[in-house]
Ligand binder design. Structure first.
Ligand code: TSB
Ligand code: ZN
Length: 586
C-alpha cells in the first residue's frame, strides 16, 4: 500500500481533500465544527463535531456526492495570513479553532488560512490551488473519536478518506483495502469460529472457541518443546499479585495507568497482574545460585491483564486479558551477548517455521544525552548496546535503531509487523534489564565467591498467543498449514446411504491416529458439501464413492485444487503425518 505521508505530492492532495470534505460537511450540516484534519499513512481524516448527530453510511455517500459537486465547481484555493488577534477574532464563535489558535507558539506571528468558495479553514498548508484537482477520492469509513483522544472529552465524528492523482491509483488502493478486509482476523475469526466476544465478559476479553483453542494449543506445544530443548524451565504462577509486589518491582509507580484497579481481599491489596516479571524474580530468589547455574531461564504461558483504551482494543491483536509466551533469563553480565543471540536465533527459527517474512527488527537504544530518562550506569549501557549490535550484525539480521526508545531499565529489540488493518504492532520482544534484579535484591555467587547481581532478559517470542494468532490468521488468510488447522481432514461420502459406513470407518481410522478429522455425511448434495469444505479452508477433503469403498482406497483433494488423488488410507496417513511433522507451509 502506498504510504501517502511519505509522498509530498500525495500529502498535499490528501490534505486539500480533507478541506474539501469539511466544506461538503458544512454545506450539509451548517452547525458542524471542525477539530483537526491530518494526513495519515493511508489518506486523511477529519474530526468533526456534528452536535447530536451520528453519521450513517448514507450520510457518507451524501457527503461524497457534495464533495464531487464542489470539486466540479472548480473554485480556487487561496491562502491568506492573519495575526493571532485577527485569527482569534475571525474564529471567535468556534471553540475548537480558538483552542488551536491559543495553543500556537508565540513565535508564530502569522496564522494562515485557506479559502475555497464559501469555506475557510485554519491551516498551515500547502494545498493544491484549485478544488477541481481533487477528483479521485473516496470516503472510506467513519468512527467516533474523543476530542484530543481523551475519553473524558466529547465524542467527535471522524471521517476517513483517501485521494489520489488518478483513478487507477485510487482503484488499486480500494482493491488493497478490500483484500485487507478479507484478511482481517476479526472477519476470519468469526467465519471460522475461532473466538468470540461478549459484552457480559467485557471489552478486550476474547473467548477462545474450540477451533481457536485448538490452534492455540498447537502453538503452546510447539514453543514449549522448543524452549524445553533450549534449557527453559516452565512454571505456573498466579495471575494476581499484591500491590506491594508491584511496588517492589516499580510497576506501581511507572505502569499504574496500564493496570486494572486494586482490589482488597481481607487485609491484602491485590492487582490483576500486567506482567509476570515480579513473580519470576521471586522464583529465582527462592534458592541460592552459583555462576555455574546461570543462565537460569524461567518460562511461563502467563495470563496478564492490562488496561487498554476501549477505542484501542482490537480482536485478538490488542486485548485486555492476554497470555504471554513469556520468559525471564537470568544471566551474568558476560553472558548477555550469547544469551541474546540465542533469543534472536529462536525468533528467526520460529518465523522461518511460520513462513513470516514481512517484519522489521527495531533496536531501541537510550539517548545518551537524556540522563533523566535512563537508568544511570553508562558503562553497563555502552557495553550492552555494543553487544546487542554485534549480535545482530553477526547474525546478519537487518534492523533499524530507535534512539531514545529504550526502556528506563535497558535496551531492547522488538519485532514489528503490519496487520491487515491498522498501524504496526510488536510481536516478539527481548528486553535487557539491569534494574529489576536490583529491586528484588537478586544475587548469585561469582567465580571469586562473591555476591553479584544478575542481568535479566525479558523475552516473549510469540509476544502473546493472542496477538500471534491474530497475525497468523492474517498471514495465512485463514488457510492454516495442516499442523495448525483445527480440522485437518473433511471426510465426505458421495452418498451416505451407500458409503456412510465406510466414511465413518475412515474417519475413525484418522482420529485414532491423531488426525483431526470431521465427517460430513449430511443429506446434502455432494457439490454443496464440497463447496462448504472449500470455504471452510480445511486442508484435505476425502471424497468416498463406490469405487473407493470397493477397492478400500480413499480419494483426496487438497484445498484450492481441483484434481483428486486416489491412494490407500495408510499412505494418505503417512503423507499427512510427514506434512504435520515438517510443519509444511502451504
Ligand atoms: C516479555 N515483561 C515483559 C516480558 O517479560 C513484557 O511484558 N513485555 S511487553 O510489555 O512488551 O509485552 C510482551 C508482548 O506482549 C509484546 O511484545 C506484545 O507482542 C504483546 N502485547 C502487549 N500488549 C498486548 C495487548 N494489549 N494485547 C495483545 N498482546 C499484547
Ligand atoms: Zn518481563
Amino acid at each position: 500500500m502506498i504510504n501517502i505521508k511519505e509522498n509530498e505530492q500525495l500529502n498535499i492532495l490528501n490534505h486539500s481533500c480533507a478541506h474539501l470534505l469539511a466544506q461538503a460537511v458544512k454545506h450539509l450540516y451548517p452547525n458542524a465544527m471542525f477539530w483537526v484534519g491530518p494526513v495519515i499513512e493511508e489518506g486523511f481524516y477529519y474530526d468533526i463535531d456534528l452536535g447530536e448527530k451520528t453519521l450513517t453510511e448514507e450520510d457518507l455517500a451524501k457527503i461524497e456526492k457534495e464533495m464531487k459537486k464542489i470539486s466540479k465547481d472548480g473554485k480556487k484555493i487561496v491562502r491568506h495570513e492573519l495575526t493571532k488577534e485577527e485569527a482569534l477574532e475571525k474564529f471567535k464563535d468556534d471553540p475548537y479553532k480558538i483552542d488551536l489558535i491559543s495553543r500556537m507558539n508565540e513565535d508564530e506571528t502569522t496564522i494562515s488560512c485557506y479559502s475555497q468558495g464559501d469555506f475557510t479553514d485554519l491551516c498551515r498548508g500547502p494545498h493544491v490551488d484549485n478544488v477541481k484537482l481533487l477528483k479521485h477520492f473516496k470516503l472510506i469509513k467513519f468512527s467516533g473519536a474523543y476530542w484530543k483522544g481523551d475519553a473524558k472529552n466529547k465524542m467527535l465524528q471522524r471521517i476517513y478518506g483517501v485521494c489520489y492523482e488518478n483513478e487507477e491509483d485510487l482503484l488499486n488502493h480500494l482493491q488493497e483495502l478490500e483484500e485487507a478486509k478479507e484478511r482481517d482476523h476479526r472477519k476470519i475469526g468469526k467465519e471460522q469460529e475461532l473466538y468470540m466476544n461478549h459484552e457480559l465478559v467485557g471489552a478486550g476479553m476474547p473467548l477462545w472457541l474450540p477451533n481457536g483453542a485448538l490452534i492455540r494449543k498447537q502453538l503452546e506445544n510447539y514453543i514449549y518443546e522448543k524452549e524445553q530443548k533450549l534449557g527453559y524451565e516452565h512454571v505456573y504462577t498466579p495471575c494476581v499479585g499484591t500491590v506491594n509486589l508491584y511496588k517492589t518491582s516499580g510497576h506501581w509507580d511507572h505502569y499504574k495507568e496500564n493496570m486494572f484497579p486494586m482490589m482488597k481481599v481481607d487485609e491484602e491489596e491485590f492487582v490483576l497482574r500486567p506482567m509476570n516479571c515480579p513473580h519470576h524474580m521471586l522464583i529465582f530468589k527462592n534458592k541460592m545460585h552459583s555462576y555455574r547455574d546461570l543462565p537460569v531461564r524461567i518460562g511461563e504461558f502467563a495470563t496478564d491483564f492490562r488496561y487498554e483504551a476501549s477505542g484501542a482494543v482490537k480482536g485478538l491483536e490488542r486485548v485486555r486479558c492476554m497470555c504471554q509466551n513469556d520468559a525471564h533469563l537470568f544471566v551474568t553480565p558476560e553472558q548477555i551477548g550469547e544469551e541474546f543471540k540465542k533469543v534472536v536465533s529462536l525468533i528467526l527459527d520460529v518465523y522461518h517455521d511460520f513462513g513470516i517474512k514481512n517484519y522489521k527488527f527495531r533496536l531501541s537504544l537510550r539517548d545518551p544525552e537524556d540522563k533523566e530518562k535512563y537508568f544511570d550506569d553508562d558503562k553497563m549501557w555502552n557495553e550492552a548496546e555494543t553487544k546487542l549490535r554485534e549480535v545482530l550484525n553477526d547474525l546478519g539480521v537487518e534492523y533499524f535503531e530507535a534512539i531514545g526508545e529504550a526502556a528506563f531499565y535497558g535496551p531492547k529489540l522488538d519485532v514489528e509487523v503490519k496487520p491487515a488493518v491498522g498501524p504496526e504492532v510488536t510481536l516478539s520482544t527481548c528486553q535487557l534489564d539491569f534494574l529489576l534484579p536490583r529491586r528484588f535484591d537478586l544475587s548469585y555467587i561469582n567465580k571469586n565467591g562473591e555476591k553479584e547481581t544478575p542481568v535479566v532478559l525479558h523475552r516473549a517470542i510469540f509476544g502473546t498467543f493472542d496477538r500471534f494468532t491474530a497475525f497468523i490468521i492474517e498471514e495465512t488468510k485463514g488457510r492454516f498449514p495442516t499442523w495448525l488447522s483445527p480440522v485437518q481432514v473433511k471426510v465426505i461420502p458421495v452418498n451416505s446411504t451407500f458409503q456412510g459406513d465406510y466414511a465413518k470407518q475412515i474417519k475413525e481410522y484418522l482420529t485414532e491416529n491423531n488426525i483431526r478429522a470431521d465427517l460430513d455425511d449430511r443429506d446434502e448434495k455432494l457439490g454443496y458439501r464440497l463447496r462448504e469444505a472449500q470455504t471452510s479452508k480445511v486442508p484435505y477433503t476425502l471424497i468416498l464413492g463406490d469405487s473407493e469403498k470397493e477397492n478400500q482406497t480413499i480419494s483426496y483433494r487438497l484445498h484450492g485444487q481441483k484434481e483428486t488423488t486416489t491412494t490407500t488410507k495408510e499412505d494418505f496417513l503417512k503423507m499427512l503425518k510427514e506434512e504435520i511433522d515438517k510443519k509444511t507451509i502451504r
